[in-house]
Design a protein around this ligand. Structure first.
Ligand code: ADP
Length: 268
C-alpha cells in the first residue's frame, strides 16, 4: 500500500532529517510509528502526503509513485488527523465540518447527509451534529476530525500524535475508536506517537530515532527490547517493565504488553 525506498530528506541545506529511509506498509495494516520528539515522525507523515518533497528516493502509494502529477490523487486516499484538534475545524457545526470535504467533491445533498450521519455515528458523535466544534472536548474534536477523514473515503489514515493533547480518558476513548477502525481490512492505519502503551494493539511497531528505523516488529518483539527503547527515551509501560524483571527472575517466560495480560500470566 505504501512504500518508501531510500528516501532522504532535510528541511535546510546540509541538514538530513531522514536518511536512506525505507519502509513498507501493507493494505489493512495498523502500524505504529514510535519515536521520541525530533526523531522524524512528522516529517515522515508530511512526506507521505506530499506536503514536503524528498530530495532522494521514491515514495509509492497504492501503486502510484508520488510526484507533482499524482500528489492530488494520492492526497484523496490519505486522511491525516493532527495533534491540535482546534486547528482542523472549518465548519460552524459538527455537521458542516464533517460535510466540508464532501461539499468540495460535488456529492449530492442527500448523499452528503447520509455520509455525515453514518460517520458521525461510527465515531460516536451523532448526538453532537448540531453543536459548535469549538465547544467540544479535545477527544470529541478528534472524533469529528476522524469522521471527516472517513467520510471522504480515505483508505489510509494517519494519526499524527492525535492523542497528544487529550486527557487520559480522552486518549483511552480515542484508542478504542482507533482499534475499531483497525478491524476494517480496507483501512490502513498509521499511528504516530511517543506513547508506547498506545502501540500495544498494532500489527507492527516501527521505532525511529534520529531519522532512522532502529527496531521493527510485533508489539511483543519490540517491547522485549526494553533497554534499547529506554536508551532512545521511550518510556515502556508498567506491564512491560514488571514482566521484564519477572522474566529475568525466571517467573515469566515472556514479556506481557498490557496489565490484563500480566495479571493473567501471574494468576496461571
Ligand atoms: P517528530 O515528529 O518525531 O517529533 P519531526 O519530524 O517533527 O520529529 O522533526 C525531525 C527533525 O526535523 C527535528 O530535528 C526538527 O527540529 C526538524 N524539523 C522539523 N520541522 C522543521 C522545519 N520546518 N524546519 C527545519 N527543521 C525542522
Amino acid at each position: 500500500m505504501i512504500r518508501l525506498e531510500n528516501v532522504t530528506f532535510g528541511y535546510d541545506e546540509g541538514q538530513t532529517v531522514l536518511k536512506d529511509y525505507s519502509l513498507k506498509i501493507n493494505q489493512g495494516e495498523f502500524v505504529t510509528i514510535l519515536g521520541h520528539n525530533g526523531s522524524g515522525k512528522s516529517t515522515l507523515s508530511k512526506l507521505l502526503v506530499g506536503l514536503i518533497e524528498a530530495q532522494a528516493g521514491k515514495i509509492v502509494v497504492d501503486g502510484q509513485p508520488l510526484n507533482e502529477e499524482t500528489v492530488f490523487e494520492i492526497r484523496q486516499k490519505i486522511g491525516i488527523v493532527f495533534q491540535n484538534p482546534d486547528n482542523q475545524f472549518v465548519g460552524s457545526t459538527v455537521r458542516d465540518d464533517i460535510a466540508f470535504g464532501l461539499e468540495n467533491k460535488c456529492v449530492s445533498y442527500e448523499e452528503m447527509n447520509r455520509l455525515v450521519e453514518e460517520y458521525a455515528t461510527k465515531v460516536g458523535m451523532k448526538q453532537f451534529l448540531d453543536r459548535e466544534p469549538h465547544h467540544l472536548s479535545g477527544g470529541e474534536k478528534q472524533r469529528v476530525a476522524i469522521a471527516g477523514v472517513l467520510a471522504l473515503g480515505a483508505k489510509i489514515i494517519i494519526l499524527d500524535e492525535a492523542t497528544a493533547m487529550l486527557d487520559p480518558q480522552g486518549r483511552e476513548n480515542m484508542m478504542e475508536l482507533v482499534h475499531e477502525l483497525a478491524q476494517d481490512e480496507d483501512k490502513t492505519i498509521i499511528m504516530i506517537t511517543h506513547h508506547l502503551d498506545e502501540a500495544v494493539k498494532s500489527d507492527r511497531i516501527v521505532v525511529m530515532n534520529a531519522g532512522q528505523i532502529i527496531l521493527e516488529g510485533t508489539p511483543k518483539e519490540v517491547f522485549a527490547e526494553k533497554e534499547l527503547l529506554e536508551s532512545v527515551k521511550l518510556d515502556v509501560p508498567f506491564a512491560v517493565k514488571a514482566s521484564y524483571d519477572l522474566k529475568q527472575k525466571g517467573i515469566l517466560s515472556e514479556i506481557c504488553t498490557s496489565d490484563e495480560e500480566l495479571m493473567g500470566e501471574l494468576c496461571k
